[in-house]
Design a protein around this ligand. Structure first.
Ligand code: NAD
Length: 323
């Protein structure tokens, strides 16, 4: 049994990680400022974890959170390209200043290892597909710059202070608990939510934009493998966490519409600022060095995700009727 700190524990990926670790009998501590996350995501394991509502930038808060911890799974961030375009300073403060503050606390508390939720947005408009970790990054949005900067901080904290670190460059992660009702939500969550409400989702661009959509359980397994990996791997190295396959937005729309029996054709809008055209992961490095294999494929993951949204929708409808 090990002691884990999950930052951003009330968010989509953080809360999924927390469930997996609690199930495996580990001690889980979490912090979140609840800016985009919700304690509803932790309701069924709230008794089994310790939680503090703290901001990553809070010096005393991060010091207390890191005390006695073996592994930090750093998920906390304002995780959105459009939000960073709208408010670059606010997302810089959360994402870069917050991460630096956490790293200092982790170093001082002699944490064994930090596993960082990096982002495929670091590749930006690199024309070559699939994306490989050695390619020079070309971040487009403030968010991408922030996520990449934190990789460099993880690497410098290994070199300067010997703090072990692994950067997992997530490609588009989807699954249950992903927030669906905000303009910054992931596209699968948003399309599903809209279609369930009988509204026609808008595809930004021509629908041929493509992404490597990866079910959240695969990201969870990557984090667990990163904690177990030998120290020689934990020198700030970067690993793509995707599936090695991509889907266009038109494909995604059709797959969700098919599952939900939704018949309307998509609406199309202008492409979004800072968005990249294609994104596909080469996952050979993660497979060879971490033993990572995406076990849940796109269509299986999509079915599980939609089933969860439908169940949540029905629960809410039942509560409204009762109330
Ligand atoms: N979801 C994806 O497809 C994806 C892709 C690449 C990288 N990532 C990264 O994975 C991580 C988790 O993303 P997610 O999809 O679960 O997003 P999310 O918004 O559901 O979770 C992020 C959590 O961090 C919390 N948070 C934000 N700023 C904070 C701060 N300053 N202090 C404390 N808590 C703060 C939020 O309240 C939220 O609960 C993020 O770091 C994100 O950049 C996600």
């Amino acid at each position: 049994m090990a002691r884990y700190l999950i930052t951003g524990i009330a968010g989509f990926i953080g809360s999924t990680l927390a469930h997996a670790l609690v199930e495996q009998g580990h001690e889980v501590r979490g912090i979140d400022n609840l800016s985009t996350g919700s304690l509803d995501n932790l309701a069924d394991i709230r008794h089994a974890i310790s939680f503090e509502q703290t901001d990553l930038q809070d010096v005393a808060g991060m010091k207390a959170a890191c005390e006695g911890v073996d592994f930090v799974l750093h998920q906390g961030a304002l995780a959105s390209v459009p939000r960073s375009v709208k408010d670059p300073l606010g997302s810089h403060q959360s994402n870069i200043n917050g991460t630096l503050n956490l790293l200092i606390a982790a170093r001082d508390a002699k944490v064994r290892r930090i596993v960082y939720a990096a982002s495929s947005s670091a590749y930006g408009d690199q024309p070559t597909q699939p994306k490989q970790e050695d390619m020079p990054p070309l971040p487009l949005s403030p968010y991408a710059v922030q996520k990449l900067t934190c990789e460099y901080y993880i690497q410098s904290f290994y070199r300067a202070y010997g703090l072990e670190g692994i950067c997992l460059r997530y490609f588009n992660i989807f699954g249950p608990h992903q927030a669906a009702d905000s303009p910054y939500s992931g596209v699968i969550a948003q399309f599903t939510y809209k279609m369930m409400a009988g509204d026609t989702p808008t595809i930004f661009g021509d629908g041929l934009t493509s992404r490597d959509f990866n079910y959240v359980d695969n990201a969870v397994s990557a984090n667990l493998l990163a904690c177990a990996a030998p120290s020689a791997v934990a020198t700030g190295r970067v690993f793509n966490i995707g599936t090695g396959k991509s889907q266009t937005l038109n494909d995604v729309y059709a797959a969700i519409a098919g599952e939900l029996g939704f018949r309307e054709k998509p609406k199309y809008g202008p492409p979004r600022e800072g968005d990249i055209r294609h994104s596909l992961a080469n996952i050979e490095r993660a497979t060879a060095e971490l033993g990572y294999r995406p076990k849940v494929g796109f269509h299986d993951g999509l079915r599980k995700t939609i089933a969860w949204y439908v169940a949540e929708h029905e629960k809410k409808a039942a509560t409204t009727i009762e109330g």
